[in-house]
Design a protein around this ligand. Sequence first.
Ligand code: GDP
Ligand code: ZN
Length: 461
Amino acid sequence: MPNITEFDTIAAISTPVGEGAISIVRLSGSEAITIANQVTSGVDLTQVASHTINYGHVMDPKSQQVLDEVMISVMRAPKTFTREDVVEINTHGGIMATNLVLQTLIGQGARLAEPGEFTKRAFLNGRIDLTQAESVMDLIRAKTDKAMHQAVQQLDGSLQHLIKHLRQEIMDVLGQVEVNIDYPEYDTDEITTQMLLEKAQAVSQQIEQLLQTAQAGQIMNSGLKTAIIGKPNVGKSSLLNVLAQKQRAIVTDIAGTTRDVIEQTANVAGIPLQLIDTAGIHETTDQIEQLGVDRSLQSLQTADLILLVVDSSRPLDATDQRLFQLTQEQKRLVIVNKQDLAPAWDSAALPLTADDLTPVIISATQKSGIDQIAAQIKQLFFQGIETSQTTAVVTNARQVGLLQQAQQSLADVMSGIQAQMPIDLVQIDMTNCWNTLGEITGETAPDELITQLFSQFCLGK
Ligand code: GDP
Ligand code: ZN
């Protein structure tokens, strides 16, 4: 664990701009309390007990003009998020007053924090590891309760613990190998390679399991890019509204006149769906008959999931057939809408492929059958992976990339042993695996990576 490092004092507004009546200006660093004290009246912050909330006013130190009436939390190191002295000023005079407070603090020697800098300090001061820092970011961006739950769990350090455990096992075996090499009088070669091989296999298996959680983790985190397609008037906008549970798209009776919001998020039984470019897709479907395959249909190829909607009250036609054909290579769910009306065709008429799951029969206007959509999406993407249990889950591409790299090193260990390579070469591969795993938690992460990672945060976090 790194030692507490002395940094300058940073300040930022740590609540989302324009939301709520109260904003928080956060200060962190060895001068946090002194600087806050210079701009407040009503209480001597240098004398108050730690972890107390104090009433006062923020004043312009030069003009002595009152800028805002505030509540000031004083938290002394090390029991704070950054492990430094932290002051949080709760302002309630709106964004203008909050900005003035921030500027006044900067005038007294605080520096405006970079995005993610508070969390970065928590990391650099050994309060959290990289997987936990990433969870803070995930938490900020969480789109559904489940995604948030997952982020909270990570914040708890479940992935960190598993990785640390694996690294310890690798370290133990490497230490044992060293001992064996140091005593060559015993003929230990075979035992040594056998030991390395078994460890490589065991660790590899655990990493494999972890990688299997990755798809689920990433979906929970960033959402499934979902396109709702279908010919005009099958009920795409109605379905979108039901899924998004907001009346944001405009539903009309006239074919082709719908104009939808470009992007929305829907929470379908805890799975975040990123509904993409619905307006564009409307136009595309309208043009299919005239133009054949439109170029803009290629945007469909980037979707993770296609919800292909057909209308059971009107005959299936060439446009429906064409859409089935165009999406047959993709993960799709066929949705038969308007089950409340008299059917115009039999379900056997659907041109399904062997990959299609059972079509979901719904009525968008009556909101029936919607739960079945979630069940089928789980079937398509999660295939038995339980995401809500208390195991470690991999949530982002960086972690996946490093796990794959570690897996490669282990494969090298195993093939090296098979090929009877010198033991010191095999040791190098095993050490590479140990290093790569350390990058996941930040124990062996290079500086540039850390800088780049934290720069993705929002201001004030
Ligand atoms: P889009 O063009 O595919 O987006 O279709 P819309 O969502 O705009 O719906 C077209 C028309 O079908 C509207 O009048 C809807 O009210 C109606 N509609 C949509 N879903 C249903 C349904 O499940 N049952 C019935 N009876 N009408 C529906
Ligand atoms: Zn529509």
